[in-house]
Structures are given as C-alpha cells and as structure tokens.
Design a protein around this ligand. Structure first.
Ligand SMILES: N[C@@H](CCC(=O)N[C@@H](CS)C(=O)NCC(=O)O)C(=O)O
Length: 205
C-alpha cells in the first residue's frame, strides 16, 4: 500500500501555493489538498497558527513533518523526490540564492502589487514603492534570462519559485511584453512535462 500523499494547505489565489503545487506536478507526484479560506481569516485562526506560526499558506504536512514557507517546502520536496534541486553543491547554492532573492525582491514586490490591485483596491500612489522595487527585480531576471535558458542549469526549484507571480504580471498591472526573455522562459517552463497553470492545479475549495 502506498503512503498517504503530503497534504498541501493553500488557497487558489496564492502564487506561493502554486509554487508548491507546480513542484508536485512537474515531479509527477500526488498531493492531498486542504483549502484555507484566507479571506475569511482562516490563516489567523488558533488551530492554523498551531500548525504554522507564520499564519500563511502554503503549509505542507508530510508525515510527521510540517513545513511552511514556499522556499523551504520546495527544498524539502526537491530532496524528497530527488528532482529539481540542482546538480552538485555549487548549483544547490545558486538555487538557494534564487529562492531567497525571489522571496525578498521578486514575489515580495510583484506578488504584493498583484494582491493589492486584485483584492485591496489601493489609493493611487500606494503601490509606488512595490512597483519601483518590482521593476528592478524584473530587470534583473530579464537580464539573466537573456543568457540562460533556466535560472540555474537545467530546470530547478529556482525556476518554479520565481515563475509563479511572473505568470501573472498583467494582474499586477505590469506589461509582460516588456520582458521578452522572461516570456520565452515562461514558455520553456510551460513546456515541461507535467506543467499545468495554477487554475488547473490548485482547487478552489
Ligand atoms: N514567504 C511566504 C509568503 C506566504 C504568503 O504571503 N502567503 C499569503 C498568501 S500568498 C498568506 O497566506 N496570507 C495570509 C495572511 O496574511 O493572513 C512563502 O513563500 O510561503
């Protein structure tokens, strides 16, 4: 009998959750899913906070292990499946660099812009800092992808992490056409076996 699959706690509007779901899909592995209604405050409920002190999705329950933060979950799954972790120590370190950069520079700004534009209807000007920083991050990514097919060698969790919110640039109010290298890279990711867009991977309930 096969072991129960890991349980992903998430919300379908979250790119951070998509990162984890995409890792399962590209690895050809199954996950069980638990919807967390973050718009109803479920991430702040005591039961959820007991599982995840950060009060955020994604959260993964994998047997006795409970892991949060998409980058940590991706690293855990890369080690567990032996996929997308990079080859050798120097690639693994490069991958870790991109995961940290994504969380600090890319998702933190582009993902936040998307969130506020889509759900919080900000006053004009309120997103300026995120936009300035997000555009710098996108320029860095665009430059790197001018000379590299994937972020580190073959496809890795660095690509899986960085691509999620970049698939939704238009929802963040940014122009995808301004980044041709990024668009070509997204196309290469979308061509990987097992790839599915977020709407086909993350259940709505
Ligand atoms: N750095 C975290 C960010 C996770 C995150 O921001 N999650 C959002 C959804 S995308 C969330 O759960 N927000 C709920 C809240 O703030 O109450 C990661 O990479 O997992």
């Amino acid at each position: 009998m096969s072991a129960a699959p890991p349980v992903l706690h998430g919300h379908f509007e979250s790119g951070n959750v998509y990162k984890v779901a995409l890792m399962f899909a590209l690895s050809g592995e199954r996950f069980a899913y638990r919807h967390v209604d973050l718009f109803a405050g479920a991430t702040r409920a005591p039961d959820f906070l007991r599982l995840n002190r950060y009060g955020e999705v994604p959260l993964l329950e994998d047997g006795a292990l409970t892991v949060s933060q998409s980058g940590a979950i991706l690293a855990h799954l890369a080690a567990k499946f032996g996929r997308f972790g990079g080859r050798g120590e120097s690639e693994r370190l490069r991958v870790l660099e991109w995961l940290l950069w994504d969380n600090h520079r890319l998702t933190a700004n582009v993902g936040t812009m998307r969130f506020f534009r889509r759900f919080a209807k900000p006053e004009p000007g309120n997103l300026d800092v995120f936009k300035t920083r997000g555009l710098v991050a996108l320029t860095r990514l665009e430059t790197h992808l001018g000379e590299n097919r994937f972020l580190v060698g073959e496809p890795t969790i660095a690509d899986i992490s960085c691509c999620a919110y970049v698939f939704w640039l238009d929802q963040a109010g940014l122009d995808p056409a301004a980044y041709p290298n990024i668009q070509a890279w997204l196309g290469r990711i979308a061509a990987l076996p097992g790839f599915k867009p977020a709407a086909e991977l993350v259940p709505t309930a």
